[in-house]
Design a protein around this ligand. Structure first.
Ligand SMILES: NC(=O)c1ccc[n+]([C@@H]2O[C@H](COP(=O)([O-])OP(=O)(O)OC[C@H]3O[C@@H](n4cnc5c(N)ncnc54)[C@H](OP(=O)(O)O)[C@@H]3O)[C@@H](O)[C@H]2O)c1
Length: 252
């Protein structure tokens, strides 16, 4: 690459979960374009391979690891294969639209397991096992739906994301002992398979975009560029923060 670039990720190894789709996929690809060596993980072999093929810089030692983060053995295998890394982006997650009165323990477990317990366990383990380099940067994917906007039906998902945000702040304080930074990104609606789950029609989604002052939902790259800032040395004084990216929809 060469030249002056404070956002360069050259020389950094970065692990991205949820890299087979949406925000994780875009983050892995853009990070590779900025010079990073990336380790990508998800469950779907074919879609993860597509991300792998789209990475830039195949002379670097990019790696792909298939793992279901809800499977204890696969999670352990994943952790065992992770070298000392400079960055971690926790994107794996899932949405749910369900009014609170219909919330069952089963539904809560389903969402909290992947949106909260899995990323927390991965983060905690990698820090404890000293796989996060001194001055490493961790980025968690929170959501506007957990912190700023409380639309009906979004409560269980929102609660899982606000729990993640709270953990982010505690980890930021504790992990500062090794200068490890921990931040989150809080997106509004981003055009990925997560929002096309059949609960809201494409027409309703198009109509909803009109609420956004900038006139559109986010693209995965809009989020990836913020993750890159947080992973790069340009943000070396930033920790414990939740960066809102939402086309202005939360302006009050
Ligand atoms: N899109 C939005 O509007 C939006 C807004 C705010 C926050 N977010 C958050 O941003 C993150 C990424 O969302 P996205 O929109 O990019 O979603 P997406 O396109 O649906 O991608 C979700 C990713 O999570 C992975 N995943 C799901 N369950 C998994 C499991 N058990 N083990 C391992 N990987 C698993 C999926 O991979 P496999 O299926 O291959 O396992 C996929 O790569 C999520 O945490 C989401 O909550 C999204």
């Amino acid at each position: 690459m060469g030249g002056y670039n404070p956002f360069s990720l050259e020389g950094k190894t970065i692990l991205v979960t949820g890299a087979s789709s949406g925000i994780g996929k875009a983050t892995a690809i853009e990070a590779s374009k900025l010079g990073a060596t990336v380790i990508i993980t998800a469950r779907d072999t074919q879609r993860l391979q597509e991300t792998f093929d789209a990475l830039d810089g195949h002379d670097r030692e990019h790696k792909q690891i298939i793992a279901d983060l809800l499977d204890e053995v696969q999670m352990k295998n994943l952790i065992d294969q992770i070298p000392v890394i400079d960055g971690l982006v926790l994107c794996a997650g899932k949405g749910l639209t369900l009014p609170m009165q219909f919330a069952t323990r089963e539904k809560l477990d389903d969402i909290f397991n992947i949106n909260f317990f899995a990323p927390f366990e991965l983060l905690r383990s990698l820090y404890k096992k000293k796989r996060l380099q001194k001055q490493a940067s961790v980025v968690l994917l929170a959501s506007l739906g957990g912190t700023q906007i409380f639309s009906g039906g979004n409560g269980i998902y929102g609660a899982s994301k606000s729990a993640l945000n709270t953990v982010m702040k505690f980890c930021a304080k504790e992990f500062a002992a090794r200068k490890v930074r921990v931040n989150s990104i809080c997106p509004g609606m981003v055009d990925t398979p997560l929002i096309h789950r059949g609960t809201v029609s494409d027409e309703q989604l198009l109509e909803d975009q009109k609420r956004y002052p900038l006139g559109r939902y986010g693209q995965p790259e809009d989020i990836a560029y913020a993750a890159i800032y947080l992973l790069s040395d340009a943000s070396s004084w930033v920790t414990g923060q939740d960066m809102v990216l939402d086309g202005g929809v939360s302006i009050k």
